[in-house]
Design a protein around this ligand. Structure first.
Ligand SMILES: [Zn+2]
Length: 474
């Protein structure tokens, strides 16, 4: 086989494009459009006959998740396909940042070539830099949706007409076509008639308590390491297909396990490559994240690949870009914990009420670390997959036995009173509980109640995490 040319497309700032506005409609449209441009559009073009036969003249290696790689035999056809990709992305997505490169094998073996391609893509991205297309001309009115580009189209699909840019107009147009998306096709199979929310507030409406949304962001651990070990294009093709399918299956089954009516108050914002971004009612977030990670790990156990996840529970009106920033920080923390522990799933979460958006990890370090006779961490986050299940089950057991929320709150206050005082206060607290409730406290397995000793002078507890999640687990 002498397929010696490779076209690579890499989409930079995929999140900036998807989260360009705060509206569910535009975000959904952006993900529909990207999915099509990443999979269906290039495949249709390749199969149009202009490029010869699949397998002989071209082989798609990766299609999806903002990444396209196709091998070609013929140089002219390689260039033709490169141009096609550039034009399609430019025409359809406007503001997205895409770099397309062509690489030649030049006598290297696959392993050497794959390594060089990685460097070539990095260089191209660096050379192109930030394409600053933000509107600077004062003669134009800015788009009412994203504020980034000139307003060119009237958006008549809402009650009050507003003027929006080409990019937002296209996203809105695409949002109607979500049924073509692979993930929704799969989800449709699990119910009679699939209905989706139109606004994030409709997702919040389904939550108990009402008005809150959960946002899950998951991403596989140590992907760079696995990718760097791939030696042939054939392996890369199988690897990408395997990750994609495992991610999709895990997403579909986690959602199906937790929602059974035709109306699905969920928005899958991204399910491509090893990434999942999902918005759903707040009280389902922990269960869905646990199920997703469990399924993903099982699907990829033969490759020893696991995923970590972040969960942000917040008011459904919080700007989505801010939620994403918080989720990214939590996910980084969860993945760091995974690395420190030699792998495995870790899940970090936060319940945030306001829009004060300091980095959640820095805030936690400042507010939830007490230094008195050692270090006391008033949170056990991030949790391993096993431990977050135990945390969830503890919350369920406490609620089932009507453990009063105000008493939990009292116990929570004890945690901040220093090493000796907190244990003394917690001891008295326990003596005043009913037999049944005392047993539940003992069931939390905190050896120095309310603390659990981690190291010689390091203590942690799950009490605060229980209090934080209490309203959102049923
Ligand atoms: Zn716009």
């Amino acid at each position: 086989m002498t397929l010696e040319y490779l076209v690579s497309l890499d989409m930079k700032g995929i999140h900036d494009y998807i989260f360009g506005t705060n509206k569910l409609r535009e975000i959904r449209g952006a993900s529909v459009l990207l999915d099509r441009l990443n999979r269906e559009t290039p495949l249709n073009e390749l199969c149009s006959g202009k490029y010869g036969q699949q397998g002989q003249d071209w082989i798609p290696i990766v299609l999806g998740g903002g990444n396209i790689k196709v091998l070609f035999r013929d140089k002219a056809k390689t260039e033709k396909f490169k141009n096609f990709l550039e034009v399609s992305f430019r025409k359809q997505t406007f503001g997205s940042k895409v770099s397309v490169t062509v690489s030649e094998k030049n006598g290297d073996n696959d392993k050497q070539w794959l390594k060089r391609i990685g460097r070539e893509i990095q260089r191209e991205k660096f050379l192109r830099g930030e394409q600053n297309q933000i509107m600077a001309c004062s003669f134009f009115k800015a788009c009412k949706a994203c504020g980034l580009y000139p307003a060119e189209h009237p958006d008549t699909r809402i009650k009050k007409i507003r003027y929006i840019c080409k990019s937002c107009y296209k996203k809105i147009e695409e949002s109607e076509k979500y049924k073509n998306l692979e993930i929704y096709k799969e989800l449709s199979k699990t119910r009679n008639e699939l209905k989706l929310p139109r606004e994030f507030s409709e997702i919040g409406k389904e939550s108990k308590p009402e008005g809150y949304m959960g946002f899950i962001y998951a991403d596989a651990n140590r992907m760079g390491e696995y990718l760097s070990k791939i030696k042939t294009f054939n392996d890369l093709e199988n690897f990408s297909a395997d990750i994609h399918k495992s991610n999709l299956d895990a997403t579909v089954s986690a959602i199906s396990n937790n929602f059974d009516s035709n109306y699905l108050p969920v928005q899958v914002i991204l399910a491509g490559g090893d990434d999942l971004i999902l918005a759903l009612p707040a009280d389902k977030a922990i269960d869905v994240a646990i199920d997703f990670c469990g399924n993903f790990n099982i699907n990829l156990s033969h490759r020893e690949i696991s995923t970590s996840a972040a969960i942000v529970i917040c008011h459904d009106s919080l700007p989505i870009k801010n939620i994403l920033d918080v989720a990214e920080s939590l996910l980084k923390n969860a993945k760091l914990e995974s690395r420190n522990n030699g792998g495995g799933t870790y899940i970090d979460f936060i319940v945030t009420s306001g829009s004060a958006l300091e980095d959640p990890i820095l805030k936690r370090e400042r507010e939830l670390t007490i230094r008195d006779s050692g270090v006391h961490r008033v949170t056990k986050r991030p949790y391993s997959h096993e431990d977050i299940k135990i945390l969830r089950d503890n919350v369920k057991a406490l609620k089932k036995n009507n453990f009063p929320k105000n008493k939990l709150r009292m116990l929570y206050e004890c945690l901040f009173s220093g090493h000796d005082r907190s244990m003394l206060d917690a001891y008295y607290f326990k003596t005043r509980l009913s037999e049944r409730h005392r047993e539940l406290m003992n069931g939390l397995k905190l050896d120095l109640f309310p603390w659990q000793q981690k190291e010689l002078s390091e203590y942690t507890t799950i009490i605060a995490d229980i209090v934080e999640l209490y309203e959102f687990i049923h």
